[in-house]
Design a binder for this molecule. Structure first.
Ligand code: 13P
Ligand code: SF4
Length: 321
């Protein structure tokens, strides 16, 4: 996780007062801003912590701040509330969901589980509290292999909701897993044809990818990992040039941490901005200011649901120490 630098130079499009006002409100309210790597650059720059899903969950659990402003998507803010219920958790835009989470409705998942009562249920953190509450353990992209390896070999496994991460973990661990057929709209959009064209033009570039990408793309990648693992890799690798197959927000930290290296965002299928997560990008600096000021919209959930969802989430944190 990056402890973000104090106050970055405001980008041209944002009024400098906004940066100052956010800093003032943060101090006055004893607030912390947690941001995912897929947030726009200004948000990453004003955040107190920028990290991947696992690091953000840990930061949310351990923070002493009274108010958590979660600049990410809904399941992340919900996770913060589950882990740290005495804090007020707000997010800039409640509509910031996740296609993976949406692909797994609780009722349909309950029916699926009921057909496989002997299976150990591993759910990717990109799911709602209602799915977490039906799971035995949660994982993120950075600890999924480790988590699955902890499950006794004789226990069959059901993995939800990401079929791509599930297939990748099954391959890495040699475990057979029953997969819920969900996917991320961003990571399934990369064009292999265009990536191969890029590789021909840049034969010295390493293709690196997030495990939410499809298996055929992952097969071509030199390195596969969570956003934090990708960020570490570009700093540690002797490589000078990288084709990055994940949401392009991560390039901001890559350019900052490895300023002499070159990063090429993997191109999507069409001439669109489909390698930007439309949910993550609903958050803006202006909305961060408003949610800090108004302490809304707030993440709330029934205590019974929170306690059920906490069990597998805490198990994940314990297993990935
Ligand atoms: P990370 O676990 O790398 O943070 O991934 C989160 C995510 O939503 C990827 O799409
Ligand atoms: Fe969900 Fe994909 Fe956006 Fe990540 S990038 S939050 S998995 S839609």
């Amino acid at each position: 996780m990056c402890a973000a630098p104090s106050l970055a130079q405001p980008s041209a499009s944002v009024h400098p007062d906004l940066f100052e006002e956010i800093a003032r409100l943060k101090k006055a309210k004893n607030a912390v801003i947690l941001a995912h790597y897929y947030q726009e650059e200004d948000i990453q720059d004003i955040a107190d912590f920028v990290g991947d899903s696992l690091e953000l969950a840990r930061a949310a659990q351990s923070t002493q701040a009274s108010l958590i402003v979660f600049a990410g998507v809904h399941f992340m803010a919900e996770g913060a509330k589950i882990l740290n219920p005495s804090r007020k958790v707000v997010m800039p835009d409640l509509r910031a969901g996740c296609s993976l989470s949406d692909s797994c409705p609780p009722d349909a998942f309950a029916r699926f589980r009921a057909k496989h009562p002997d299976h150990f249920v591993v759910s990717y953190i990109n799911c709602s509290a209602a799915i977490k509450a039906q799971s035995d353990v949660i994982c993120t992209s950075s600890n999924a292999v480790k988590i699955v390896e902890r499950i006794p070999r004789e226990r069959p496994i059901l993995f939800a909701p990401d079929r791509n991460l599930g297939a990748y973990v099954a391959k890495q661990t040699g475990r057979e897993m029953l997969l819920w057929q969900g996917a991320c709209i961003v990571h399934e959009t990369f064009s292999e044809r265009k990536i191969v064209e890029l590789q021909v033009r840049h034969p010295d570039a390493e293709l690196i990818a997030h495990p939410e990408c499809e298996a055929s793309l992952l097969q071509k990648a030199r390195f596969i990992g969570s956003t934090s693992a990708l960020l570490r890799h570009v700093q540690e690798s002797p490589g000078r040039k990288f084709i990055v197959a994940t949401e392009e927000g991560i390039l901001h930290q890559m350019r900052r941490k490895a300023p002499t290296k070159e990063f090429i965002p993997a191109p999507p299928n069409q001439n669109c901005s489909c390698n930007e997560c439309p949910f993550m990008k609903l958050n803006t600096l202006e909305k961060i200011h408003l949610c800090l000021r108004d302490e809304a919209p707030e993440i709330l959930m029934p205590e019974e649901l929170r306690l059920k969802a906490l069990v597998p989430l805490q198990r994940m944190l314990d297993w990935s120490k």
